[in-house]
Design a protein around this ligand. Sequence first.
Ligand SMILES: Cc1cc2nc3c(=O)[nH]c(=O)nc-3n(C[C@H](O)[C@H](O)[C@H](O)COP(=O)(O)O)c2cc1C
Length: 169
Amino acid sequence: MKLHPVDLKIMAPEIFRVFGTQNALLSAGGSDNCNTMTIGWCQLGTLWGKPVCTVYVRPERYTYQLMESCDYFTVSVLPADQKKIMGYCGSKSGRDTDKIKECGLTLRRGAGDAPFFDEAEWVLVCKKAYVQDLDPACVLEKDTALPFYQEGGWHRAYTGIVLEAYAAR
Ligand SMILES: Cc1cc2nc3c(=O)[nH]c(=O)nc-3n(C[C@H](O)[C@H](O)[C@H](O)COP(=O)(O)O)c2cc1C
């Protein structure tokens, strides 16, 4: 076993470096419908006095269905050299293929049976706490945001309370 539970208070993931370069795998689902996809957008912080993680999922993703039906999700950051896996999970859909099996990822389960991977550098296990669609009417930085929506639906934001953190030793 490579990943070990860590105290969130001493965890310092380099969030601005990781997201946008290394990125992460967002995973959800049970034994019959578990799936993962690459995400480039993520926020960590505090809400309602709790540590939280927010991810953004377009409605056309298969993972969206799982994010809707599951109460828990995970964010797994793989080592920077795992570009092939990140590319595969960011271009193939779980509707058509078992990405976890194809990538040879070792499945583990955290709180709420949420799926994550032993190959990760660090993992957050989250329980959904707040869900809201991004609203075009609320965008102030139109030049920044609108190019992302030439095609494809507006993302749904899922904020989860971080229940468990794991890091590789
Ligand atoms: C680097 C990268 C970052 C991505 N970030 C997101 C994201 O934050 N939100 C999202 O909805 N899709 C994102 N995607 C696209 C999904 O990973 C991709 O559509 C995936 O195939 C969906 O898989 P699924 O149908 O199994 O859910 C990203 C793709 C890449 C390559």
